[in-house]
Design a binder for this molecule. Structure first.
Ligand code: 8YV
Length: 350
């Protein structure tokens, strides 16, 4: 049934907005959202197919998502009431942003609240990788530690080495500061746009070309957002440019690294070691990586501290409350078209 705009408005003005929380989250955040909206929550944490997600979203005004739900044109076409999708993640490559914009739907993310926690983890993964901590722990647990050796599990130094950062946004800058100020590292970076002089000085980081970054870094940390252009930014040709003693760390997104090419480079000791928190096709992990000793593998946990995950959930909730309350999104990722392809009511606000 098609409602005339005036009738649609009067019908909807009386109802509370309806939202879907697509994954299990902190019960306190579900409770807070329930004070503002009619909430369908997925506290059983079922993993829905795209068709199941679309069916549940069909009558909703807002969605609380995580990085694992794809929001694209087909889904949006099936959800005519939907006006906002609030992602509990700083990255939003699960959104087709153009499709959201065309459909007049607001997308939001959770920047800033996870910056320091994620930078901490990036640095921890770098240290674990360079100093062979996972390999050492397995060695000890397997009862292989029987004596001292001069080169037992000897790795690479962090202090005073050259730290390369590819992608110098907030998290990249956090890693640069840790490296420069905490460990006396020589920090170089490459980014689509060069930072201003004041930020470079704060981070004690020097801008270089991508080629120089690959050639000069003792440790290379990837912190760039995933886009179609960023697919396989690091593949066999780039790995071939790196030092044989180098460490590669990916805390950005799966797909930025060609995992098959990386596994082969690690197997051949073309580079020394890698620390990976994100994978192509995760939660699947390329089987060749699982067999290698010189790689540290973690299950996409860079932002996973209790306070930070709570702050991320709260910010996603705040975006829903502000936007559906008519006050505008706090951390928007797009400016939705005012006259979307299929008309949406602007009445269903708090
Ligand atoms: C999330 C992340 O845990 O914020 C991001 O972009 O990668 C992680 O912090 C993940 O995306 C789940 O939403």
């Amino acid at each position: 049934m098609t409602l005339a705009p005036a009738m649609r408005e009067s019908t909807l003005m009386t109802a509370r907005p309806r939202i879907l929380i697509t994954r299990a989250i902190f019960p306190e955040v579900v409770q807070r959202l329930s004070e503002h909206f009619d909430v369908e929550a997925n506290q059983a944490d079922a993993i829905w197919t795209p068709a199941e997600l679309a069916a549940r979203l069909a009558d909703k005004d807002g969605a609380f998502t995580t990085g694992s739900q794809r929001i694209d044109a087909a889904l949006l076409a099936a959800c005519p009431r939907l006006r906002i999708v609030a992602n509990m993640a700083v990255g939003y490559n699960n959104f087709d942003v153009e499709a959201l914009t065309r459909a007049g739907v607001q997308g939001t993310n959770t920047p800033d609240v996870l910056t320091e926690t994620t930078a901490d983890f990036g640095f921890a993964l770098l240290m674990a990788t360079a100093r062979r901590m996972a390999e050492a722990e397995h060695y000890l647990r397997a009862g292989q530690w029987t004596t001292w050796r001069y080169d037992l599990l000897a790795g690479a130094d962090i202090h005073a080495s050259t730290l390369g950062i590819l992608g110098m946004g907030r998290i990249g800058q956090g890693i640069a500061r840790r490296g420069a100020h905490g460990f006396g590292m020589n920090v170089i970076y490459h980014n689509r746009t060069r930072l201003n002089a004041a930020t470079e000085a704060q981070c004690r980081a020097r801008y270089v070309s991508k080629d120089e970054l690959l050639r000069s870094a003792d440790h290379l940390v990837l912190v760039l957002p995933y886009t179609a252009e960023a697919h396989h930014t690091i593949g066999a040709p780039e790995l071939a440019q790196m030092k044989p003693s180098a460490t590669l760390v990916n805390i950005a997104r799966g797909g930025i690294v060609d995992d098959a090419a990386l596994a082969e480079a690690l197997r051949q000791r073309r580079i020394a070691a890698a620390g990976l928190d994100v994978f192509e096709g995760e939660p699947q992990v390329h089987p060749a990586l699982l067999d290698l000793p010189n790689v540290v593998l973690t299950p996409h946990i860079a932002s996973a501290t209790v306070p930070t995950r709570r702050a991320m959930a709260d910010l996603a909730a705040d975006n829903l409350i502000a936007f559906l309350g008519g006050r505008g999104a706090l951390t928007p990722v797009n400016t939705p078209d005012a006259a979307p392809a299929h008309q949406r009511s602007s009445a269903n606000r708090l």
